[in-house]
Write a protein that binds this ligand. Structure first.
Ligand SMILES: NC(=O)c1ccc[n+]([C@@H]2O[C@H](COP(=O)([O-])OP(=O)(O)OC[C@H]3O[C@@H](n4cnc5c(N)ncnc54)[C@H](OP(=O)(O)O)[C@@H]3O)[C@@H](O)[C@H]2O)c1
Length: 337
């Protein structure tokens, strides 16, 4: 068994509410490749070795098994509920009035919790795809982003916060034009925003926009998601862990290039949420936040690795009449409302 890490020595991030949370969490999306059982067993192992933050979502289809793991770990005294920071997300087919509350109730049941620490709007529109679909699949009911629709969902999130069922509210896969339109309308501001962040996709403008407003970024696909679903793989994608500069720095620290991606993320300030079902991997991912930081020069060098390589393009969420996946990210001109 891998060496466990005292959660007390894992650096923390402070949210605008004053709450301190771990600087790293564990992802739980099995990428259509790993079973719910494998993922939940990894969560059990991760709690044992010192992880305290877990990124869940109803669409990952494994919250029921992960919930049993949380319950058992708490019952056995391995961890106290208040020491865990558990997140989940409302999926795109449950946006709007009423459904967000139903979705949250189901997640609370599945995760066997009385409250969720942070609940996210998984994507900013109600477009969804069939589980396990390929990259060419489209849903004819998909539609462009709508401020009114998004805010109807956000009001439900605020209601869940008022009810004490969620402690923080978050958004995910947003853009600056979308945030410009919705943030002024929020009664409760998001504490956290999930966004794709890895050395080859650093999103500086959005990162600075978010942090300058006191919102904490969470970086998904922090290792460049080498095991992501087929539908999210395109021929031009660059693999972060094979980029020469990342490999060179990994050699200098005698670690896997994946670990360099995580050290970079933590030292920059986002919370990475790496996924792995293998104990040696998830143990080294946690440990790396506590030892042997990258040098200032290495951090500067890693800035040059940026090549605007978005991996999760989201093309399966496109609506009839949309040009291409850049529309989802407001890159083909003005925002569609
Ligand atoms: N909000 C959103 O819309 C959104 C979107 C995507 C993801 N997420 C969240 O972000 C999490 C992380 O993203 P991700 O799972 O796509 O990608 P990731 O964490 O970047 O990559 C995961 C893969 O990296 C490899 N890996 C992990 N640690 C390693 C280590 N120490 N050494 C070598 N290889 C290592 C593993 O591959 P092998 O199995 O080959 O070892 C693993 O399957 C997800 O699980 C999910 O919770 C959120």
């Amino acid at each position: 068994m891998s060496e466990s890490i005292n959660p007390g020595i894992v650096p923390k991030r402070k949210l605008y509410t004053g709450e301190e949370i771990p600087c790293i969490g564990m992802g739980t999306f099995g990428s259509d490749r790993f079973t719910s059982k494998q993922v939940s067993q990894a969560v059990a192992g991760a709690i044992r070795i010192g992880y305290r933050m877990f990124d869940c979502a109803s669409v990952y289809g494994n919250e029921d098994l992960i919930g049993k793991v949380f319950e058992q770990a708490i019952d056995e005294g391995i961890v106290k509920r208040e020491e865990l920071f558990i997140t989940s997300k409302v999926w795109n087919d449950m946006h709007g009035k009423g459904d967000v509350l139903l979705s949250c109730a189901q997640t609370l049941r599945d995760l066997r919790l009385d409250f969720i620490d942070a609940y996210f709007v998984h994507w900013p529109f109600p477009n969804y795809h069939a589980p396990g679909c390929d990259g060419d699949s489209r849903n004819p009911n998909s539609r462009p982003f709508s401020v009114d629709e998004f805010m109807a969902t956000w009001r439900q999130m605020e209601k869940l916060h008022d009810m004490g069922l969620i402690r923080h509210i978050g958004m995910s896969s947003m853009t600056i034009p979308k945030l410009d339109t919705v943030l002024p309308l929020c009664r409760i501001m998001p504490s956290l925003i999930e966004m794709e962040l890895h050395p080859c996709f650093q999103q500086w403008e959005l990162y600075d926009y978010i942090t300058s407003r006191g919102i904490q970024p969470i970086g998904f696909c922090p290792i460049g998601s080498p095991t992501r679903p087929e539908r999210d793989i395109t021929p031009d994608d660059v693999a972060d862990i094979t980029v020469p500069k990342v490999v060179e720095i990994a050699k200098a620290h005698d670690v896997h290039p994946a670990v360099v991606c995580l050290k970079w993320a933590v030292q920059r300030g986002q919370i990475p949420i790496p996924f792995s079902i293998y104990e040696n991997e998830y143990a080294s991912n946690l440990k790396c936040t506590t030892v042997d930081p990258l040098t200032k020069n290495e951090m500067t060098d890693l800035k040059t690795v940026e090549c605007n390589n978005r991996l999760i393009k989201g093309q399966v969420f496109l609506w009839p009449g949309a040009k291409d996946w850049h529309d989802l990210w407001d890159e083909n001109g003005t925002i569609t409302k």
